[in-house]
Design a binder for this molecule. Structure first.
Ligand code: PEP
Ligand code: MG
Length: 750
């Protein structure tokens, strides 16, 4: 191997000799820098990444050796991949064998597969992060101590000049935000977070684009239509929607109640129909034009309404318009508008996700929200791949742009290359139907050293029961009762709730079922509850606070649970309890319901266990007192982390602060477990930490023996638990617990 002459390189950089020659743009300048370094270091690859403060992303800006098409496309978060770690921790990272290092991040298509020796040095200005320079080599173990020293010297010399370049480039950001994406345009890969796992490859549709795309359907159709044709189309559309409602109802009876009513009602609305008829009769419009005209007017009207939930209706009008047009022209009921499409939206309502599901949407990309948000939870239940990506440019996507969603890694490929599509097809083929895993799941779960661990299911929709049974869940550790409340247009009555709960109980015969009482507010807003507009909904009228304030609604729910739970093993759990007083008040209401039911001689469960979710840090100091009173605890880590660390769980912009491995989180969890053990009360985890293998070990280590998780994760987690030696884990957990720094814990957990 040729010896590298670092002195020469350092001098060259210092003098910047020739660096500005032929430079026509800042990009060209960075490119010259990487080429010069690559040559002097005898490295196969040299790349410069710059840190975008605002977006909190590290973006590849120049490279010698990697695929040039990935410039500006490959983006990392702070701490993501070895490059991200180097910048986050402000230290060089040198790996002899990069692809097998923890933290290594692989991007298909950038051409880095064969490079094993890896050296990343952050470019810093004091405490300010400017970027990272990375060199790579095919040969393993290529870089030595001397290289690291030299490389640090180079980056510190270059820091100033790169910082200036970066600032100048940022002045051009405006250009970027106006940029369109889609066919042949530069935005190719967007990285996001996985809200619901899966793969999808389909045309992208931007949800916000409400322009009533109906004219196109006219082309090639010369027929003249009559008023009678229009009436026939109305009747046919009505029938189709009623059938659709019935189909959805059969599949999702708990939540789908009347989700298409708005559309059916529109067809019964005389003002709407008369507006169209008037255009046909008085103004001699062709019925098709009359429909387009009127639908557009309605869309505009709904757009102007201030209540966001009413704006949802514009999609309904659009749907109705599309159906009317098809039926007028005798186009057979074809694929729904979003069938096999990937929908890109800034935000969606749960009811919209249900409608999309019933239309057979292929995937959803949301620009807002978080992976523990309720839209993610709902999408998981509906098995729709969902990625949350904070990238406004996605909304500029050209219609019909092919989009590939890898909702396993969180990557969105816009108009992907053939290689990517081929590798996707291969993975898609290998991906088993989730139900096929059922035979490998065992009835009971043991750690490697023989300790029994219980795996229960979180149920959001009744349709989750099928998977819970297939994967032999040992009960329901959390039934989120709020979904039927969220999607409807009014509070469901006691009878409606009873019907849903009864199906739940019958769905898991003989098993323990934990009903969590209504947990609305936060990101679960009820469109029909008009006090729901709050500045800080997560700190507002949420959850048990709502139930205690609206005792009538609370009692109806409790009655429905107690009645449905007759002859079953049910438990009642209150969410978001902050004090002993609150718990006792809620428990007293259960007792009042029991007395009332008994007095009226209505059959019901007489003696349910009553427990709480641990979700607020407020309970930590009174945990012993609570442990004496409750029958059980279940820790809702999604909220617990949010409230302990003051990080909005639905805000993608602060997601890097949402850290289950924060020492305060881990120690607090342990404190709760100890209190439960001391008072011999059952304790489980039902937040998303329960389905992440990296945390499970520590949760086992602090004494958790019961996990409740989305059933789709049961096979993987069972497998994982079977590989854990609990005694060893307890030891490691003690070491983890002794750490005060997050980064030390993260490293130990890797
Ligand atoms: C939690 O907060 O961890 C939890 C399970 O409840 P939800 O996600 O429904 O708020
Ligand atoms: Mg919660």
């Amino acid at each position: 191997m040729k010896k590298r002459d670092h002195t020469k390189l350092i001098c060259d950089v210092g003098e910047l000799s020739g660096l500005f020659k032929d430079v026509t743009s800042l990009e060209v300048f960075l490119q010259k820098i990487v080429e010069m370094i690559a040559e002097h270091m005898h490295s196969d690859v040299c790349s410069v990444y710059l840190f975008d403060e605002q977006m909190r992303e590290i973006v590849l800006k120049a490279t010698k050796g990697l695929n040039p098409a990935s410039i500006g496309i490959v983006k990392l978060r702070l701490g993501e991949g070895l490059t991200g770690i180097a910048l986050k921790e402000m230290r060089p990272i040198c790996k002899k064998n990069a692809s097998s290092s923890p933290g290594y991040r692989y991007f298909p298509d950038i051409g880095e597969d064969p490079y094993e020796s890896f050296l990343a040095v952050p470019i810093l200005r004091g405490q300010m992060r400017i970027g990272v320079i990375v060199i790579q080599n095919v040969q393993k173990n290529y870089f030595d101590e001397e290289d690291i020293k030299a490389f640090r010297a180079i980056t510190s010399q270059l820091a100033n000049i790169i910082e200036t370049t970066k600032m100048l480039m940022e002045l051009n950001v405006q250009k970027l935000t106006n940029k369109k994406i889609g066919n042949g345009q530069p935005l190719k890969l967007v990285k996001g977070k996985v809200g619901s796992q899966g793969l999808a490859f389909a045309e992208g549709v931007v949800w916000e684009e409400v322009s009533v795309d109906l004219d196109a359907r006219k082309e090639g159709n010369e027929r003249v239509y009559s008023l009678e044709d229009f009436h026939r189309a109305v009747r046919l559309t009505e029938k189709q929607l009623e059938d659709l409602q019935q189909q959805v109802e059969a599949k999702l009876s708990d939540v789908a109640s009347l989700i298409f009513t708005a559309q059916i009602l529109m067809l019964k609305d005389q003002t709407f129909l008369e507006a169209i008829e008037k255009l046909i009769n008085d103004e001699h419009y062709d019925p098709a034009e009359a429909i387009i005209h009127t639908v557009r007017r309605y869309v505009d009207m709904f757009e102007r309404l201030s209540h966001p939930h009413l704006r949802e209706k514009k999609q309904d009008v659009k749907d109705v318009g599309r159906r009317l047009m098809d039926n007028l022209r005798g186009i057979p009921e074809g694929k729904a508008e979003h069938n096999e499409k990937i929908v890109v939206a800034r935000e969606l309502f749960p009811s919209e996700i249900l409608k999309l599901s019933s239309q057979g949407v292929a995937g959803i990309i949301l620009l807002s929200g978080g992976v523990t948000s309720h839209l993610s939870i709902l999408s998981r239940s509906l098995r729709i791949p969902l990625i949350i990506a904070d990238e406004d440019l996605l909304l500029n996507m050209d219609p019909r742009t092919p989009v590939l969603m890898d909702a396993e890694q969180g990557n969105i490929y816009i108009d992907p290359s053939r290689d990517i599509v081929d590798s996707f097809r291969k993975r898609e083929k290998e991906r088993q139907d989730i139900f096929s895993l059922k035979d490998s799941v065992k009835e009971v779960t043991y750690t490697k050293d023989g300790v029994n661990i219980q795996l229960l299911a979180n149920i959001n929709l009744l349709s989750d029961l099928k998977l819970a049974r297939a994967f032999k869940a040992e009960g329901i550790g959390l039934y989120r009762t709020e979904f039927p409340f969220i999607v409807r247009s009014n509070f469901p009555s006691e009878e409606e709730q009873f019907t849903v709960y009864k199906k739940l109980v019958e769905g898991m015969p003989g098993q323990e079922i934990t009903f969590r009482t209504l947990d609305i507010g936060g990101d679960k807003v009820l469109s029909y509850y008009n006090h729901s507009k709050e500045e800080n909904p997560f700190l507002g009228m949420r959850s048990i606070r709502f139930s205690l304030k609206h005792k009538d609604i609370f009692m109806q729910q409790l009655m429905a649970i107690l009645r449905a739970g007759r002859n079953a093993k049910i438990q009642i759990m209150f969410p978001m309890i902050s004090s002993l007083d609150e718990f006792l008040e809620a428990k007293a209401i259960v007792e009042e319901c029991l007395r009332d039911l008994q007095k009226r001689q209505i059959p019901c469960h007489r003696n349910p266990k009553i427990g709480i979710m641990v979700e607020l840090p407020a309970v930590l100091e009174i945990i012993e007192a609570l442990a004496r009173e409750v029958d059980f605890f279940s820790i809702g880590t999604n909220d617990f982390i949010q409230y302990l660390l003051a990080v909005d769980r639905t805000n993608e912009k602060v997601s890097e602060h949402y850290l289950p491995e924060h020492p305060s989180v881990l120690r607090a969890l342990k404190k709760v477990v100890e209190a439960a053990q001391k008072h011999k009360k059952e304790i489980s985890i039902c937040g998303d930490m329960a389905h992440e293998a990296r945390y499970i070990r520590y949760l086992l280590g602090i004494g958790i023996r019961r996990f409740s998780l989305d059933p789709c994760y049961i096979p993987t987690i069972q497998n994982f638990i079977e590989s854990v030696d609990l005694r060893k884990m307890e030891q490691q957990t003690r070491q983890v617990m002794a750490q005060d720094r997050i980064q030390d814990i993260v490293q130990m957990m890797e």
